[in-house]
Design a protein around this ligand. Sequence first.
Ligand SMILES: [Zn+2]
Length: 356
Amino acid sequence: MKHQIPPRTLAASCSLLSVAMVFALGAWTSRAFAQRPAAAADVEVVQLRPNFYVIGGAGGNVVVQTGPAGVILVDSGSTGMADKVLAAIRRLTPLPIRYIINTSMDADHVGGNEKLAKAGLSILPGAVVAGAGLGDDLVSNFGAASVLAHENVLTRMSAPTGQSSPAPAALWPTKTFAYRMYSMYLNGEGIQVLHQPAAHTDGDTVVFFRRGDVIATGDVIDTTRFPFIDTKRGGSVQGELDALNRLMDLSIHNLPIQWYDDRTFLVPGHGHTYDKLDLLEYRDAVTVVRDRVQDLINQGRTLAQVKAANPTLGYRSQYGTDSGPWTTDMFVEVVYNELSAKVGRTLSGPATREPK
Ligand SMILES: [Zn+2]
């Protein structure tokens, strides 16, 4: 059943009534946060929780969390849409943008970094001015909002001095972390930025808002197609499955009382908001395709034969696409290449995969 929330109504009104309506409609809406264009803008705003919104139509989805400390964004959309994203945020709240968290280095997720950071305000400008030992311009971003990402995002966007970088320096993250996660407590909730090594890319993070129970997944989930495994930038099918399984662990469905709507919301990099059941289907689709391709490889089939055997049967209509930059064929090919490389390693000696 496809119910749509009129975004402008929700964005414009913060009355208890509208919030109550969101939850009343929630039972039907979670799989169908299909986003209807707002009348006066090209971006679409959908309210998930009283203080959580998704801005769609600006490249990758932009998650907006608001609270007393200000605005926290997950991803910033594409550069060309930054003005519209900013205008949409301004319609939601006058509070300053404090953090932008990037889920990967993709242009349609980091493109608005410069404009939105400069429109914001560092959460620590006073400490820097006062010389309180926090004079970390990377944290304060010279007074603008901080842009936080895994270190691999910066590595892939930048280049050694003297060489031209893949992305303009103004879009680079200003604060990076190299470990499994980065945590902070803002707007009354714990926020965990969890690195997913080698999934869609090698710099993916999922952002878990613990009190709001909202997870921004970046392109680990793309509801419009099979996950884009960017092998040129460190992505892998096994890492993608690991990330989807991690999300399964973090998500909770509305059990045992199914007529309540309480549950985890997962905002994908592209497409409509998922709950745990949607995620289960997506995870299973990737797993089943992987297993079918493995079976065919075990039978000695070539890539052409694997493709001809249609290993995405049953999932093609939901996640498949034969056009655009990431087709079903390309997905199958990446799965085949990764699995056959693994077979090659096994034949020629011990696998070099590091233990997890
Ligand atoms: Zn994306």
